[in-house]
Design a protein around this ligand. Structure first.
Ligand SMILES: Cc1cc2nc3c(=O)[nH]c(=O)nc-3n(C[C@H](O)[C@H](O)[C@H](O)COP(=O)(O)OP(=O)(O)OC[C@H]3O[C@@H](n4cnc5c(N)ncnc54)[C@H](O)[C@@H]3O)c2cc1C
Ligand code: FES
Length: 276
């Protein structure tokens, strides 16, 4: 089992941006006190405000964008106490950051067929850099499809920025207020009905658990490989508390232990390796 990432640091970082995004989210920009190497997409940080507004336990957030050697952005959906506190942050406020954590997306293989990135709502956060890095790794942009679903168009955060990446973007909303009228699995099925089934597709998904389960079941039906980025509860983020345990499958690559830790073994897993 992997240990905590060797490049993890605890810092006090300054907020430089709090940009509203969609109906219930915001983009939080922070400046760290020291430079970082370029980060692999899909890794995450634990964040909390330094003052008493935040709960003691920091909350995990995927790196959304790395905009400079010391600058990071996080796309945060307002959910409970921790995210409400972060939402109150203004330029100059101090956050405690722990990261980078986790392993992130696997290496992008240019010759492994088309890649479908399937996100639901805030599950888009690890895909911004994921798509950029896949293109940088040599995956042709026309081999990448980003299927992005939400209840309504207000939950499709920064859709224009994803469109600017130059890959095919398929929006899907439950109410038909933007793009395809239906969920992401129906959108994927529609793609296959209209274009035919590619011989091979790699599917990467992040979003609510029921959505990811449905995406993995779709990929299994089609005989496609799939990976999931899980959003479990986390207490520590560094492998100590066992709050993020996820069951492993006896036939998978993590079978030497009955549970894996989302924070150090994940948060990205090959879907066939875990029970979730
Ligand atoms: C790897 C990872 C990446 C994520 N990336 C993003 C992202 O980019 N953007 C985003 O908006 N969200 C992301 N999330 C989800 C985000 O962490 C949660 O929405 C956030 O923790 C909610 O915090 P809250 O205080 O607002 O909500 P609350 O529901 O008040 O608190 C949730 C937190 O409380 C603690 N907690 C509550 N109940 C339990 C329990 N039963 N057992 C253990 N701990 C408990 C945990 O620390 C948990 O994370 C990510 C989650 C993970 C694991
Ligand atoms: S969050 Fe504590 S062990 Fe993973």
């Amino acid at each position: 089992m992997p240990a905590v990432a060797p490049d993890v640091r605890v810092h006090e970082a300054r907020v430089h941006l709090n940009r509203p995004c969609g109906d219930d989210a915001f983009v939080l920009g922070v400046t760290l006190p020291e430079e970082m190497a370029p980060l692999r997409a899909g890794r995450f940080f634990m964040l909390r405000r330094k003052d008493e507004l935040s709960p003691e336990i920091p909350r995990p957030f995927s790196v959304y964008r790395q905009t400079g050697p010391r600058e990071l952005e996080f796309l945060v959906k307002i959910h409970g106490r921790g995210t409400r506190a972060l939402h109150q942050s203004r330029a100059g406020d101090v956050l405690v950051t722990i990261g980078p954590l986790g392993l992130g997306w696997p290496d992008w293989q240019a010759n492994a067929g088309p890649k479908w990135f399937v996100a639901g709502g805030i599950g888009s956060a690890p895909f911004m850099m994921g798509i950029e890095q896949a293109i940088a790794a040599g995956v042709p942009a026309d081999q990448i499809t980003y299927v992005y679903g939400g209840r309504t168009k207000g939950f499709l955060y920064d859709l224009d920025l994803f469109t600017d990446l130059g890959v095919r973007v398929i929006a899907a909303t439950d109410d038909g207020s933007a793009g395809f009228h239906g969920n992401v699995v129906q959108a994927c099925e529609h793609l296959i009905e209209s274009e035919g089934k590619p011989e091979r597709v790699q599917v990467f998904t992040c979003g609510p658990d029921p959505m990811m389960k449905a995406v993995v079941a779709f990929a299994d039906r089609q005989g496609f490989e799939s990976w999931v980025s899980l959003e479990t509860y986390m207490g520590c983020g560094v492998g100590i508390c066992n709050g993020c345990a996820v069951g492993t499958t006896p036939e998978g690559q993590l079978a030497d232990w009955p549970v894996a830790k989302c924070c150090t073994d994940g948060p990205v897993f090959r879907a066939s390796d875990i029970r979730f």
